[in-house]
Ligand binder design. Structure first.
Ligand SMILES: [Cu+2]
Length: 127
């Protein structure tokens, strides 16, 4: 192969790597809870459908936040959500939105899982 061929291959590999990197980083970036226009507690909607989306949510220390679990699937795996740091074990009816309100008092990263610890997500509390 000529030098030109290698240049083309290298450019293609770099382009693919760049796209993968972008998706990976975008997929990892946490969704921040947004303060409602009504001035109520900050809120973040987490879709439950074979996993949590977004899987990482970012909230603020000392502020009440509504975690709205919007369960789309019917798998028994996802029927319960557990947030050990906040003493939460909550049943999530399929096809419904279930609101879990928390008020973090400590900064850190706190996991939430399904009842069997198979589906995983985390709450990042900013100090
Ligand atoms: Cu499960």
């Amino acid at each position: 192969m000529s030098a030109t061929d290698w240049t083309v291959i290298l450019a293609a590999v770099l382009a693919i790597a760049a796209v993968n990197w972008w998706f990976f980083v975008a997929g990892q970036s946490p969704a921040a809870a947004v303060v409602a226009e009504s001035g109520g507690p900050a809120e973040v909607v987490i879709t439950v459908d074979g996993g949590y989306s977004p899987a990482v949510v970012q909230v603020r220390k000392g502020e009440r936040v509504r975690l709205v679990f919007d369960r789309k699937d019917t798998s028994s795996c996802s029927e319960e959500v557990v947030i050990p740091a906040f003493d939460v074990r909550q049943f999530l009816p399929s096809g419904e939105r279930t609101v879990i309100e928390i008020q973090p008092t400590e900064a850190g990263r706190f996991p939430f899982t399904c009842g069997m610890s198979m589906l995983r997500g985390s709450i990042i509390v900013d100090g």
